[in-house]
Design a protein around this ligand. Structure first.
Ligand SMILES: NC(=O)c1ccc[n+]([C@@H]2O[C@H](COP(=O)([O-])OP(=O)(O)OC[C@H]3O[C@@H](n4cnc5c(N)ncnc54)[C@H](OP(=O)(O)O)[C@@H]3O)[C@@H](O)[C@H]2O)c1
Length: 272
């Protein structure tokens, strides 16, 4: 019998009931790829949005579609230029959009791998790449957050928001975050100086001036666009009051850096 890997996949758009634990052919790494034994993969909001077909206009899937975008594991084989990696290395990764990674093994380009820090386990390493990169792009690249700035992070208890708080603090900014009351201690523990009442964020689609953050008109415009674009949890958008011109589209494309499609789409809207 042909070798196979177990994977979590779906063959049509729909609710959780379309998910299957099924077998796929063994992946074979092409030149420049690694075969990774996946030890953990994470679940992000985009996974259910893709499965439900909400994003098919932008990112149509080929079926069967494997769930998951990021994870962690061990390199089992390498093909071609190893880019400094070796068999046995512990890595975390962001798979290409549409590839899926909730599988026993995946073949993935080595440029999509990063070494897993030894002091975190596979589950922690799997949770980091996509949410962490999203927060990094928003805070460090698009927002150019720096020492002395004041940053408001909406949904600070979420995967992206929690990373955003810590990155902004690391860069020397003061951070205020919103979250539900039950998460206030957790969010404060991440380094947010104060948390605002959740009702403010949850009832106002376009944040206005508040006692905790003085929003510039353009920052509020961008945030309004982000809120409209990503719906209820676009609250990972983060803006500094002193960076009124830090709309991420211009910054990210000028640097030629990878940016997440959500942020690009939202910025395109904010330019209208
Ligand atoms: N994860 C990624 O890599 C990634 C990448 C690009 C874009 N995004 C987008 O960024 C958003 C956040 O993603 P995430 O991974 O951080 O999600 P998450 O871990 O599920 O966190 C979502 C947060 O949103 C808050 N929330 C839920 N309902 C809310 C409401 N009605 N009003 C205000 N806040 C509400 C929750 O706060 P409480 O728990 O305090 O109630 C929760 O902490 C999503 O729209 C996602 O699609 C995520």
């Amino acid at each position: 019998m042909k070798a196979a890997v177990k994977a979590v996949l779906f063959r049509r758009y729909g609710g959780p009931e379309v998910l299957e634990y099924a077998e796929l052919p063994e992946p074979v790494p092409a030149a420049g790829e690694a075969l990774v034994e996946v030890r953990a993969c994470s679940v992000n909001p985009v996974d259910w949005k893709l499965r439900a077909g909400l994003l098919q206009k932008f990112f149509p899937l080929e079926f069967p579609a494997v769930v998951g975008r990021d994870g962690a594991g061990v390199i089992a084989a390498l093909e071609g230029d190893a880019q400094g990696f070796a068999v046995g290395d512990e890595v975390c990764f962001i798979a290409a959009r549409g590839q899926g990674c909730c599988a026993e093994r995946i073949a993935i380009k080595t440029e999509r791998l990063a070494r897993k820090p030894a002091r975190i386990d596979f589950a922690q390493a799997a949770a980091f790449p996509l949410a962490g990169a999203t927060a990094w792009i928003a805070i460090a690249e698009a927002g150019a957050v720096a020492r002395g700035m004041n940053v408001l992070v909406h949904a600070g208890a979420g995967g992206v928001g929690g990373m955003a708080i810590q990155i902004a603090r690391h860069l020397g900014a003061s951070v205020v975050a919103t979250c539900s009351a039950a998460n206030a201690d957790y969010v404060r523990g991440l380094g947010a100086g104060a948390t605002s009442a959740p009702t403010t964020a949850r009832t106002s689609p376009r944040p206005g001036p508040s006692s905790t953050s003085s929003w510039t008109a353009s920052a509020a415009r961008c945030t309004g666009a982000l809120t409209r674009c990503s719906g209820r949890a676009a609250r990972s958008s983060t803006w500094s009051r002193s960076r009124s011109r830090t709309c991420p589209r211009a910054t990210a494309s000028r640097r030629g850096r990878r940016s997440c499609a959500t942020i690009r789409r939202c910025c395109a809207r904010s330019q209208r």
